[in-house]
Write a protein that binds this ligand. Sequence first.
Ligand SMILES: Cc1cc2nc3c(=O)[nH]c(=O)nc-3n(C[C@H](O)[C@H](O)[C@H](O)COP(=O)(O)OP(=O)(O)OC[C@H]3O[C@@H](n4cnc5c(N)ncnc54)[C@H](O)[C@@H]3O)c2cc1C
Length: 409
Amino acid sequence: MAARHVIVAGAGIAGLTAALALSRVGLRVTVLEQAARLEEAGAGIQLSPNATRVLIDLGLRDLLAPAVTAPHAVRVMAGGSGREIVRIPLADAERRYGAPYWTIHRGDLQAALAAAAKTTIDITLKLGTHLDDFVAHGNGVTVQARVGRQMIDERGVALIGADGIWSHVSAQLKRQNRPRFRHRTAWRALIPAAALPDEFRTPFVHLWLGQDAHLVHYPVKGGRLFNVVAIVNDEWHDEGWSAPGNPDEILRHFARFSWADKARDLIALPEQWTKWALYERDAPFKGGVGPVTLIGDAAHPMLPFLAQGAGMAIEDAAVLASMLAKYIDDPADALRAYEGARRHRTARAQNASAKQAKIYGKTGPEALIRNLVMKAMGGEKLRARYDWLYSWQPPELAASNQRHQLPPD
Ligand SMILES: Cc1cc2nc3c(=O)[nH]c(=O)nc-3n(C[C@H](O)[C@H](O)[C@H](O)COP(=O)(O)OP(=O)(O)OC[C@H]3O[C@@H](n4cnc5c(N)ncnc54)[C@H](O)[C@@H]3O)c2cc1C
């Protein structure tokens, strides 16, 4: 019997990971991607052990190795004084959680996933192909897509909308509200390692908490470049991922009277910035209909305060494949089982990210108290608060006897 065919809309992190996971359970997959080329878009992303476990299980460790850094710790810094508040250890992430913590350029992750997809016989990647419409029928779904001026049809047993926060598939399903603007903008830039002061040219994730903004920087491209992301309160709300940002404007958000020179000097380094406005959809993810579902940002966009946008997308892909393998004779049931398995966890991650945003955003005496509490708790205790997130395993692993136990504190 010919392998059942699944259509995936979008070749971002969610779509490509899903294609690889679905092909592993014996499905034939066509990925439709509107972009004509998978260019190096975006900047850094953090991949915590819940995500790297899935990627490693898909056989991608060697392919990713030259592009990743395993940071030793998150160094939390006080934006006002420039002093370290606390270090949250990550060096032993693999021992503790059974999988490493990595930082990587989004383009390198997407390129590795695409390279693996291209060498997988059951995956067809169609670039320059925009999903326009779809219709569900008795035994699956027919998708209509545009390639230039030409229209093409694809038939499959299921359609997976992995088409990002502005998902066309989600809009057609009419089950979710449009994403809501969160009154913040994320600015990103890449800095050559050689341009950084010694203190920051290190394998750490630096997280600065300060007045009206927070700042994160960490190595990408195996340590050759550093990704800097500054998140500021702002009303600019264009859609999209890569609007040009004016360097003078971002520096103004890091005012001299409230930010240490060390942080301002970092912000002053890049000549080029890009920015994107932060949007989110209210939890929980409502799910799809019949043979159609959503994964990644299309289902549950994440605010970046927990660094779980890519992580949740990767988890989705693993759970989706596992449910389609389990209920292969009824894909619609499989999709509802996937949605049921993801609803609570993705809502928890969305809520935790929103809560983290509030903690990062404290000002005046409240910020002082936050810093004192973090210092008093210490890195180990702060890290333990992420155990629920990082120790996650895909269903078949979790069910097996190989369950990874957290070592005692
Ligand atoms: C260009 C770009 C740059 C980004 N940069 C960063 C960054 O620097 N830092 C960060 O934290 N996150 C960034 N992200 C977001 C991050 O990748 C996601 O939050 C996370 O990885 C979840 O990925 P996703 O696959 O669900 O969505 P996305 O990564 O957004 O992927 C969605 C894909 O679907 C495609 N698509 C959309 N509509 C259609 C359609 N109708 N037909 C066919 N294809 C379609 C898009 O072209 C895209 O390739 C970026 C996303 C994009 C698209």
